[in-house]
Design a protein around this ligand. Structure first.
Ligand SMILES: Cc1ncc(COP(=O)(O)O)c(C=O)c1O
Length: 360
């Protein structure tokens, strides 16, 4: 079967080796006479898979001992609310850097739950740059600063994580395991798995243990981080398929050289696409401040929407799919997550060159 060059922003392409293993193991897991997804999540066979995924996350991300790893459902979206429910426990505000659509949504949900404030808002600049630390307006009583390390729609990233006096909450949905986590600076890090880690259905959440002691009893049990931390993320039925598959992707990442290798890959591959944009004499345009260009979601425009439609149609003929920009902004977006083969990026830049030559 020919695999598509799949630039989907999520759910995303997974390593072919992982899909093959899943297919082979699916009907009969470890001679149990059933698949893993038909088995009790209390079965020792599943328990081993579950803890392997947790252990791999700890190892690959160098998670400190005072941080818990949680495997939850509800995607990153549920974390917009859970962060506020678990951390906004007194009158101190959660402070948000609104760097794009996702930061905006995180703030909107938190504001329904507790006191919030805006540290910075990039709407006037069309969300084309991240703030520097000294542009952030942080009230002295801030409980946390919420940042989105990579805005998946706008194609911007925080180049260096902030060094500020307030604990940070970081949404790393679209650059998980493509860069190191700044552990000293954070209380919570979260993201959906379906971009760099595995299939949809799982959110990976890291929570500093000191947060757990502060959570009010009024928080419903599934929504309290303490519930999951106290039960190794087995308080209720977990998303077993997503956890199993994610464990396999994590093993694959380990084999490739871990996060440093993924970080280098993301930098190199995004640079290839930015070179194709910058070298096109204006045929392709990337609106983002150069220092803040995303390493995982590369956005660009052509002169007209008709030309963009033709670009996408011809890309599809070359097997390059899911390159359409987010419906809220249009244009083109290439999502270059961990599992995308290098060859796909090569085919994309070749398509960009030949399309520009034929249409300039
Ligand atoms: C940065 C960011 N945050 C949050 C979300 C929402 O994630 P989910 O679909 O897992 O709820 C997304 C989804 O694309 C995202 O890119």
């Amino acid at each position: 079967m020919a695999r598509a060059h799949n630039f989907c922003s999520g759910p995303c392409i997974l390593p072919t080796a992982v899909l093959d293993e899943l297919a082979a193991e699916l009907p009969d897991f470890g001679d149990s006479g059933m698949s893993l997804i038909e088995m009790s999540h209390r079965d020792p066979v599943y328990d081993r898979v579950h803890h392997e995924t947790l252990d791999r996350l700890r190892r690959l991300c160098h998670v400190p001992d005072d941080v818990d790893v949680l495997l939850l459902q509800g995607g990153a979206t549920l974390q917009f609310a859970m962060v506020a429910m678990n951390l906004l426990v007194d009158d101190r505000p959660g402070v948000y850097s609104v760097s794009g659509s996702w930061g905006k949504k995180a703030l909107a949900d938190a504001a329904k739950i507790g006191r919030t404030a805006v540290a910075w808002d990039g709407a006037d600049g069309g969300f084309t740059a991240m703030p520097t630390a000294d542009q952030l307006d942080l009230p002295s009583d801030a409980r946390y600063l919420h940042v989105t390390s990579n805005e998946t729609i706008g194609g911007i990233r925080i180049p260096e994580f902030y060094d500020v006096d307030v604990p940070q909450v970081i949404d790393m949905s679209s650059d998980y395991l493509t860069r190191a986590i700044p552990w000293d600076a954070v209380d919570v890090v979260y993201g959906g798995a379906q971009k760099n880690l595995g299939p949809a259905g799982l959110a990976v959440v890291f929570v500093r243990r000191s947060v757990l002691d502060e959570i009010p009893d009024t928080v419903p049990s599934y929504l309290s981080y303490a519930t999951h931390a106290g039960a190794d993320s087995l308080a209720n039925t977990p998303p077993v398929f997503a956890i199993w598959a994610t464990g396999k992707v994590l093993a694959w990442i380990e084999d490739q050289g871990g996060v440093p290798a993924m970080e280098k890959r993301a930098a190199d591959r995004s640079a290839m696409i930015y070179r194709a944009i910058d070298g096109s004499e204006g045929f392709y345009r990337n609106p983002v401040a150069v220092a803040d260009r995303s390493h995982t979601n590369i956005v660009f425009r052509l002169a007209t929407e008709d030309l963009e439609a033709a670009f996408l149609a011809e890309a599809g003929e070359a097997g390059l799919v899911n390159l359409k920009g987010h419906r809220s902004v249009g244009g083109i977006r290439a999502s270059v997550y961990n599992a995308l083969p290098d060859e796909s990026v090569q085919v994309l830049v070749e398509h960009m060159a030949s399309f520009a030559a034929a249409n300039s």
